[in-house]
Design a binder for this molecule. Structure first.
Ligand code: C2E
Ligand code: CA
Ligand code: CA
Length: 599
């Protein structure tokens, strides 16, 4: 074959290799090595990769005409062939025409060349994004052989193509990893919310499905108590149990501790519920983590059929609404979504938004209800919140207080009103009622604010009021809600001179303990007792006992909700110090209160 003919052949082979579409990397590599071996007419073409640190090279792929591909795994260590390894550094091509004598390759004559009958070698580097990571090795079996210039150039070009193949493979893997990260949850390996929604949409268009979402009860507390590792283990175990519950091939992690599952096919509510119970049962088997047993609780929300949903996200939203209802109902409950199930939540959110609007529009104010001594002198008043709503009229706290408090808004709502209340109080005390005391209701979140006591004390001082002009009314429920953490705040207020009144006295579980332990000035007997005092001697006895007890502790007693003359007489008779109720006067706006009771 003439030189130009043989170059022609090599060139065609190169073009053929270069045009191979990159699909499956193994197939591409095989074709490359096969074409390479045929074009050069060698018995073996192999791909060798360095071990980390270049301590050895390992044969990861071998093509032998007539035998095909194999992965021999042959390893040549650097210490066995130091000159060879030295040569590989900065290698362009290593052409050993008589490999068994060549000083660069004869180091492995006995161990490698002779057993395989190799007489000549032509090695070219394989690079990955510029770094040499291995070599493509052409081995001639038999005696020595010369490598022509065009063969050397061809071999080098094949090395470049091989490098490219590997780079492609890496990029593909990176893309796969990226997709994995985008659509799969790392911790559990489950589809994430985005991918799950996609599957949900497919199922809704296809054979239909029931949708079930599950939430781990008190997950945050579990993490707090046992640590993040335990939390992760719990999430993984939950994922595993859901995935192996046998009823679905589509499970997803849709939130921190929320999982979703599709039960393919059409389901009647009863059937879906049965499946949900089965899953629940599987989830409730005790879990063991690092020798520790954990019994977590789970709530489940269910949408029996997702077929009528246009948007997958809407189906998931409804399932989560059902889930929230289940969570509210208690541990390990299952709820099926019903139309209107989210109405309370919607209303709550709407009310919260309306409260925020009302705060900006300054629609909140205090009404004052007078407090009297048993001898009929007005001693002060209790400030009670009102909302002058532009459409709904004047609203009492029952309409908005709980929502404002839950949203953490109550302090923000009340605080701006206190400035002018204190100014008015200072004015009245100076002008006509020097001992006037103002009762102020303090909410649980307010009392839990670390800056609240100091802020209040400072406000009184700047209004020119002695601290004792204010009675902080704190309910037993507040004390229960804050689990005793209020004591320092109460102590701070009391030590500054603010009078502390235990409100709704008698309705809590530990009224008497609180009475002994808190720095109280007075207790306010709840109006449910007052309402029953007339006509039910047992309640009358309780009140009279409470009054004696309070007096023994030097506390003053206020009875609230006094509606009748009969009640007034009874309560005064039992020794109550102060009386408050519709019998004396209803809550009034500040100006009306002043006109009615002060002028
Ligand atoms: P509370 O502290 O027990 O206040 C007494 C409630 O009983 C007031 O209801 C008052 O209008 C009502 N009341 C007064 N006399 C009578 C009576 O003779 N008969 C009857 N049936 N009721 C009477 P209101 O104003 O609706 O307040 C309800 C609750 O809202 C208050 O109960 C208090 O817990 C809370 N609240 C009011 N204003 C505030 C506030 O500024 N901050 C906080 N945290 N809570 C407040
Ligand atoms: Ca009160
Ligand atoms: Ca009360």
């Amino acid at each position: 074959m003439s030189a130009s003919e043989s170059w022609q052949r090599l060139r065609n082979a190169l073009l053929d290799m270069a045009c191979t579409p990159f699909t499956d990397p193994d197939a591409v590599r095989e074709r490359l090595l096969r074409t390479d071996a045929a074009a050069l007419g060698v018995a073996r073409v192999s791909l060798w990769l360095f071990e980390p640190g270049h301590a050895a090279i390992v044969c990861t792929a071998l093509y032998e005409p007539g035998k095909g591909m194999s992965k021999p795994g042959t390893r040549i260590a650097a210490e066995v062939a130091p000159i060879y390894f030295q040569t590989l550094q900065g290698l362009l091509t290593l052409a050993a025409e008589d490999a068994r004598r060549d000083p660069r390759t004869r180091e492995f004559e006995q161990s490698y060349l002779a057993p395989l009958g190799i007489g000549a070698m032509l090695d070219v580097p394989v690079r990955l994004f510029g770094d040499m990571v291995g070599l493509l090795c052409h081995e001639h079996v038999g005696g020595p052989r010369t490598w022509s210039d065009s063969e050397r150039i061809f071999a080098a070009a094949t090395g470049v193509l091989c490098s490219q193949t590997m780079e492609f493979e890496q990029l593909q893997k990176a893309e796969r990893d990226r997709e994995q990260a985008m659509f799969y949850d790392r911790l559990t390996g489950l589809p994430n919310r985005a991918l799950f929604l996609d599957r949900l949409a497919q199922a809704a268009r296809g054979e239909g499905a029931a949708l079930l979402v599950l939430d781990i009860h008190g997950f945050g507390e579990i993490v707090e108590a046992y640590g993040h590792d335990m939390g992760d283990a719990l999430l993984r175990e939950t994922a595993l149990r859901m995935a192996t519950s046998g009823s679905s091939d589509c499970v997803g992690r849709i939130g921190n501790d929320e999982f979703a599952l599709l039960l393919p096919g059409e389901h009647a509510a009863a059937g879906a519920t049965r499946k949900a119970w089965q899953l629940q049962e599987a989830m409730l088997q005790p879990m063991m983590f690092a020798g520790q047993s954990l019994q977590a609780g789970f709530s489940i929300g269910l949408v029996p059929s997702i077929r009528h949903y246009q948007q997958a996200a809407d189906a998931l939203r409804d399932a989560v609404i059902a889930l929230n209802a289940a969570t509210r109902a208690g541990r390990n409950c299952i709820e099926i979504f019903r139309e209107g199930m989210d109405e309370p939540v919607r209303q709550r959110l709407a009310l919260e938004a309306d409260i925020r609007r009302g705060m900006v529009a300054a629609e909140f104010c205090f009404h004052l209800q007078p407090v009297f001594s048993t001898t009929g002198e007005m001693q002060g008043a209790e400030a009670l919140l009102r909302w002058q709503h532009p459409e709904r009229g004047l609203l009492a706290p029952v309409e908005f207080l709980a929502v404002a408090e839950d949203a953490g808004l109550l302090h923000e709502l009340q605080w701006p009103l206190l400035g002018s209340l204190c100014a008015t109080l200072a004015n009245w005390r100076e002008r006509c009622a020097p001992d006037f005391q103002m009762g102020l209701n303090i909410s649980p979140t307010q009392l839990a604010l670390p800056y609240f006591p100091d802020e209040l004390v400072a406000l009184l001082a700047s209004s020119g009021l002695p601290a004792g002009a204010i009675v902080a009314e704190i309910t037993e429920n507040t004390l229960l809600a804050n689990e005793g953490s209020d004591a320092p705040a109460i102590a701070r207020l009391a030590s500054a001179g603010v009078a502390i009144s235990l409100d709704d006295f008698g309705t809590g579980f530990a009224s008497i303990t609180h009475m002994a332990e808190l720095p109280l000035a007075m207790v306010k007997i709840d109006r449910t007792f007052v309402a029953r005092a007339v006509g039910d001697p047992r309640y009358a006895a309780i009140i009279s006992g409470l009054v004696d007890l309070a007096h023994a502790l030097s506390l003053r007693v206020v009875a609230e909700g006094v509606e009748t003359e009969e009640q007034r007489g009874l309560l005064a008779g039992y020794g109550c110090d102060l009386l408050q109720g519709y019998h004396f006067g209803r809550p009034l706006p500040l100006s009306e209160f002043a006109a009615r009771w002060l002028d």
